[in-house]
Unconditional design. Structure first.
Length: 312
């Protein structure tokens, strides 16, 4: 996942580790390496410059006790990378809910519906899948087959063209803790799509309206997220196809810029290939610095000592 970005960031971190003297010239060299790595992953230029300025500013501030200059700079890069990737892990409530998945053609909504169902199923919840996609001919069969594969109830009406009516009928028949409705897509956010998902939502009364976005659209995520949010008021985002593109950095950081929370990322084709998105762990994985966890623990312990002294 984002192997190219990870390799380049790790090379930058290795460079710091090998430096004899960590002066301003050396820091600039490392910052340029980080910039090239992020730009190659389709991260917005202005965001890269903002991150660079923050690292530059922190690099030669007073060192926290117990950290070397090298460790401090590595920690600064990690902190700033975490910020642009979303800051905090989003919580996922294990409660009764109705979820509406929305997105354009090619986003991977249908397979994501099964992955999301599997996520809740593994946590002991009764889940049902509803096919509201009346446009794509294979959508009904695909979701039905996926529901059989993970052994969850499925509802759909193959010949019905009114998606809202399908949802209305489904609500009368389905009994489950979590109901996930897979809606139709289009090539663009057209008026017909907006009306359809609005009508579906009126019947479903969704607790969560999740936008499914493929990582390979990169920075275009920003425009799409804003447009769907304006149309329906999205609550969360799932970024798909993270295993198959170099643009994933652009998609994740674009979500951060819109204020949309990425709750899951998908990393493969099977129902289990989805993970809860944690920006801190994701940043650590990208940097791949062998002693990063030790370094972060060291930094946290220093902060705790400072707090304790202030309390005393």
């Amino acid at each position: 996942m984002l192997k190219g970005l990870s390799d380049k960031l790790r090379a930058a971190i290795d460079k710091i580790s090998r430096m004899g003297v960590v002066d301003k010239e050396a820091v600039e060299e490392v910052i340029k390496d980080v910039q090239r790595a992020l730009l190659s992953a389709d991260v917005d230029v202005q965001l890269v410059l903002k991150l660079s300025d923050s690292v530059r500013k922190k690099a030669f501030e007073k060192l926290p006790e117990g950290l070397s200059r090298r460790e401090h700079i590595i920690k600064a890069i990690y902190d700033e990378l975490t910020v642009v990737l979303g800051s905090e892990k989003s919580s996922v409530a294990l409660a009764q809910k109705k979820i509406l998945l929305i997105g354009l053609y090619g986003s991977g909504k249908t397979s994501t519906a099964a992955k999301l169902a599997r996520f809740y199923q593994k946590r002991g919840m009764k889940v049902a899948l509803v096919c509201c996609d009346t446009y794509r001919p294979a959508a009904f069969e695909q979701l039905m087959q996926l529901s059989k594969k993970i052994d969850v109830p499925f509802y759909g009406e193959k010949d019905e063209k009114n998606a809202a009516r399908i949802v209305r009928n489904a609500m009368k028949q389905i009994k489950a803790d979590v109901i996930i409705a897979d809606s139709s897509g289009r090539n663009a956010l057209e008026d017909t799509l907006i009306k359809e998902i609005t009508d579906i939502n009126s019947e479903l009364k969704a607790d969560e309206r999740i936008l499914v976005i493929p990582a390979d659209i990169g920075q275009a995520t920003k425009q799409q997220a804003n447009a769907f949010h304006k149309a329906l008021g999205i609550t969360d985002v799932i970024v798909t196809k993270m295993d198959a593109t170099a643009k994933g950095g652009g998609a994740l950081t674009a979500c951060y810029e819109t204020g949309a929370k990425v709750v899951f990322i998908t990393t493969g084709e099977t129902p289990d290939d989805m993970e809860q998105y944690d920006p801190q762990k994701f940043a650590a994985r990208l940097l791949g610095f062998p002693d990063l966890e030790t370094l972060l623990e060291k930094a946290r312990s220093v902060v705790d000592v400072d707090k304790a002294e202030k309390m005393i």
